[in-house]
Design a binder for this molecule. Structure first.
Ligand code: ADP
Ligand code: MN
Length: 308
């Protein structure tokens, strides 16, 4: 049975059944009851994060126009709730962390009516955590999380990381979400990808796919599914895009139909590494079907089918 944790910050939402359940790093209760001054402070920290690794207290006082005591009081709460971090050296500075960024994104998505409640976690990958949420219908909300657990990931070397600046993990996560959303918008519905619904900060809201990852399925007609996957790869290629992380883990099976997910690392077909990358995507799929279903599909034929 699905449990819904309301995260609405608007007062016109009827909020019940919320106790201290924790959503990701932060609790629904704290997101919902966030004071407007706390929201202001989070917004200032967000605006300043590309300028400073640690935003000075003075800067926060100036930008918010609040008294120092007020700012300190609000910051203490935000720190306690896992939304902000404090660093005393070489000066008193504050930074937004994922909990705070999640809060800002959820507050915006809620205000716009994109979502009204957050459900349970439905997925977790190398660089994201995915929740079910309630929008017009059930939706999936993917929180990109570059850094932290994936600190050592090869993916952090992606081109957008060179944009640098301070506090790069939140910014990298936002760029990652933007990049994924762009792919979904470009490809849906020509390629079988989740319908994109909205994008905010480091989050992507998309249609909820009711199905399991391919690696957890036992297919009745594997040859048919393999053809369908290659056909989708072909259409994406025709649209100028290569997935770059295609595998049995990034394909969901919904009513016998494949859905290609997890697009932030896509590259253009004009990219210097396009050929190697495409071949690797195709190899991953062919190897999987060969190993699991003893299906042999000629590699050159597959590449020809996609690029021809
Ligand atoms: P990561 O880069 O972290 O691997 P994914 O996009 O692959 O991110 O998402 C992680 C997991 O979340 C997926 O393997 C899948 O199980 C689940 N998931 C992602 N998007 C959806 C969706 N739209 N509907 C249902 N489940 C999803
Ligand atoms: Mn994935």
């Amino acid at each position: 049975m699905m449990k819904w944790f309301l995260v609405a910050v608007r007062s016109d939402f009827i909020v019940r059944h919320i106790t201290t359940l924790t959503i990701m790093a932060v609790s629904a209760e704290h997101i919902r009851t966030l004071h407007k001054y706390e929201k202001t402070i989070l917004s200032v920290l967000e605006r300043q994060m590309s300028r400073y690794a640690w935003i000075p207290l003075e800067q926060l006082i100036t930008s918010t126009g609040f008294a120092e005591s007020e700012v300190n009081y609000r910051l203490a709460r935000l720190i306690e709730w896992g939304m902000v971090r404090f660093n005393p050296v070489p000066y008193d500075g504050y930074a937004l962390v994922f909990g705070g960024y999640d809060t800002l994104a959820l507050a915006s998505l809620t205000r716009k009516g994109t979502i009204s409640a957050l459900g349970t976690q439905i997925g977790e990958g190398k660089e994201s955590v995915v929740y079910e949420a309630l929008g017009l219908g059930p939706v999936a909300i993917k929180f990109h999380r570059i850094g932290g657990r994936s600190f050592n990931s090869a993916r952090v070397n992606r081109e957008y990381m060179t944009e640098g600046g301070h506090c790069p993990w939140l910014i990298a996560s936002k760029l990652s979400a933007e990049r994924e959303y762009k792919a979904l918008v470009a490809l849906h519905p020509k390629v079988s990808v989740p319908l994109p619904i909205a994008q905010n900060r480091h989050t992507v809201v998309m249609a909820l796919i009711h199905g399991a990852n391919l690696n957890r399925c036992i297919l009745e007609a594997p040859a048919f599914v393999l053809d369908e996957i290659l056909e989708n790869v072909r259409i994406a290629y025709k649209e100028g895009m290569i997935h770059s992380d295609l595998s049995e883990y990034n394909i969901l099976m919904e009513d016998g139909k494949c859905v290609l997910i997890d697009w932030p690392q896509w590259i253009e077909t004009s990219h210097p590494n396009a050929e190697t990358t495409l071949n690797r995507d195709i190899d991953n799929i062919l190897t999987y079907f060969k190993r699991k279903y003893k299906l042999t599909y000629d590699r050159e034929d597959a590449i020809q089918c996609v690029t021809g």
